[in-house]
Structures are given as C-alpha cells and as structure tokens.
Design a protein around this ligand. Structure first.
Ligand SMILES: [Zn+2]
Length: 230
C-alpha cells in the first residue's frame, strides 16, 4: 500500500501551515520517568501469564517460566518514549547562518530505523524515517533528529500521528522554513494475520516551504536514493 507519491507530487493546497494539526504539538517536556512499583509488576506478570496460558503457551517449562516477566520488561523498554528524552531538552540549536541564504537548501537525514507499537493492536510496526528541513537561522545536530524519531516511536501510536509529532517537534526546536517527514513501515498487525503479508505503508508530512512541489520532489528523490543505498 503506497499512497504517497501521487499525492506528494500533485500541486499542494496552499498555504501549508508551518505547524500541524492542533494537538500534535510536541511534548518534549511531557513524560516524567514512569514508576511501576514492585508489587504492581508482580500483579501485571500474573495477568500476562494468564493471557499467555489461555492462548496456549505452556508456562511450566524452563524456557517459559520467566516469559511473562520478560514480556512486560520488553514492552516497558519498547515504550520508553513516554519517559521523555532529557538530551532533547538540552538540545540547543546552533546558529546556522542559513538565514542569509535566500534559496535555503534542504538538510536531509535518513534512513532512521524505528520501531513503534500500533495503538490499535499493541503490535509492532517498524521501518525507516527520512526527515528533512530547510533551516532558518538555526540548525540542530543530526543525532537529535534520530532522537526525535525515537522519542515518539517508542510509544503506542499510529504512523500518521508519529509523522505529525516529528514534524511539529522540529518546528518547535529550530523554527525552520519547512519540514518534510517520510515514514515507511511494515505493520505486524497486518503481516502476522490475513492476506497482506507484504504490505508496507508510506506516509509523508509537509510543513512550510514544502508546499513547493519541487521541494517535495527533491526530498523524495533523495530519500529514495538513500533507501537504495546510493
Ligand atoms: Zn495495528
């Protein structure tokens, strides 16, 4: 299921606001580290064991005695985005000097591998992100782009919201002239069941200067080159 290309290259409705839809604004300050008390962990492990057992797992083997505990721990780690990322809070953008450049080239990073959990099934979807922006007066370290992707991917989410949050966070951090995000992911909730075993979903998100179809084409062409390993 690819549905980005035609829409991406068609003339864009304008203007595209630099900010996305209400409610997707970033939450860099949200997310204090979660606290789950030991007795709560034990209770949750009991629930998980009950579910796994009902589904058919034999919990009484050396390989599975600790599976409920390990499963919970893995889920906890996979949703660490709720704890926030202190390194992003201290990510002061550097002066870029790009503001003096009226043309303003794109800064493009990717592929950034990510894994997320779909909020509809609590099963993973995973793939790669490409993030681009046209800087204003500020730029940000490339590694911070990866941190932004991971901050929102390591939660229960949907691909659409993930892209919006990445774009809006970048807007808030560096006040760029435009942002482009492309996400391509495989959803296990689809692949593990039913017929669409090889489907993958592409979503694109545009802000500001990326209302320009040529800008979109440049971004998508570069993302395609990078995916091909060129
Ligand atoms: Zn799902």
């Amino acid at each position: 299921m690819q549905h980005d290309t035609a829409a991406a290259l068609a003339p864009a409705p304008s203007p595209i606001p630099i900010r996305g839809h209400a409610g997707t604004a970033p939450a860099l300050h949200e997310g204090a580290p979660r606290a789950i008390a030991p007795d709560q962990w034990r209770r949750l492990e009991g629930h998980v064991g009950e579910i796994l057992s009902a589904l058919g797992m034999d919990l009484d083997t050396p390989g599975t005695w600790r599976t409920p505990e390990r499963f919970l721990r893995a889920l906890y780690d996979a949703t660490a985005g709720y704890d926030g990322d202190p390194k992003l809070l201290t990510a002061f953008p550097a002066e870029g000097g790009a503001a003096a450049d009226p043309v303003g080239g794109q800064i493009i990073e990717g592929p950034i591998a990510f894994s997320a959990l779909c909020e509809h099934h609590a099963l993973p979807f995973y793939g790669v992100a490409h993030v681009g922006y046209v800087p204003g007066a500020q730029i940000i370290g490339i590694s911070k782009l990866t941190r932004i992707v991971r901050l929102f991917a390591r939660r229960f989410t949907v691909q659409e919201r993930l892209g919006e949050q990445i774009a809006d966070t970048l807007v808030d951090l560096v006040d760029p002239r435009g942002v482009a995000v492309r996400l391509e992911a495989s959803h296990l909730c689809t692949r593990m069941r039913g017929v669409e075993e090889h489907s993958h979903t592409v979503t694109t998100f545009w802000r500001g200067a990326f209302r320009d179809p040529d800008m979109r084409r440049e971004f998508l062409d570069e993302a395609a080159r990078r995916r091909a390993g060129a």
